[in-house]
Design a protein around this ligand. Structure first.
Ligand code: FMN
Length: 171
């Protein structure tokens, strides 16, 4: 039978992959830039890993850990046909980091993914997600994960070209 174990059951969850272009809505429509992880990383997720909004830490190209908040799923607001993992790093970056290598650890669950009645509602929900993530992420956890082997093994050399999605989510 197997009781449902809930969205927190598989945490912490470590993942890594290249940043690919998303559907181009993040920055423009929502004021929330996201780094979309490549498909190989998405398909590595265990089948029973719940979709939803999560928080944790991320490192770009072997750099220092930053807090992050992310979505996993089909973005019901936009009825995406492709499952995605989209990471919003809680620090502003001067440039896009398409093609960069991202390592993340997911440490907590915020809420399921939802379709809101307006884009404005989604923007408000994301603001609240960011507030919650900032509140839950602790310096102790940051230091703990910064020392973790996962974040201290070299990132793969020889970059693969990033994959590009077209607006319909096809590669
Ligand atoms: C913290 C966070 C929460 C999100 N919550 C939802 C959600 O509840 N429903 C939804 O459809 N998409 C959600 N998204 C995904 C956004 O819709 C998505 O990042 C945005 O459309 C940009 O996608 P793009 O980078 O592929 O253009 C969330 C994203 C983030 C970072």
């Amino acid at each position: 039978m197997g009781a449902k174990r809930g969205p927190g059951a598989m945490l912490p969850y470590f993942a890594s992959g290249r940043v690919v272009t998303g559907f181009g809505r993040g920055g423009k429509q929502l004021g929330c830039p996201t780094a979309n992880l490549e498909d190989a990383t998405v398909s590595d997720l265990p089948v029973d890993f719940d979709c939803g909004v999560y928080y944790g830490f991320a490192s770009v190209d072997g750099g220092p850990l930053n807090g992050m908040v992310m979505s996993i799923g089909w973005n019901p607001q936009f009825k995406n046909t492709r499952k995605s993992m989209e990471v919003h790093i809680l620090r502003s970056f001067d440039d896009d980091f398409y093609g960069s290598f991202l390592k993340i650890v997911i440490t907590g669950f915020v809420r399921p993914m939802t379709s809101f009645s307006s884009l404005d509602e989604l923007v408000k929900a994301i603001d609240e997600d960011i507030r919650i993530a900032r509140e839950k992420l602790t310096t102790d956890d940051l230091n703990k994960y910064a020392a973790h082997e996962f974040f201290n093994t070299p990132i793969p050399s020889g970059s693969q070209p990033p994959q590009h999605h077209d607006v319909n989510g096809k590669l």
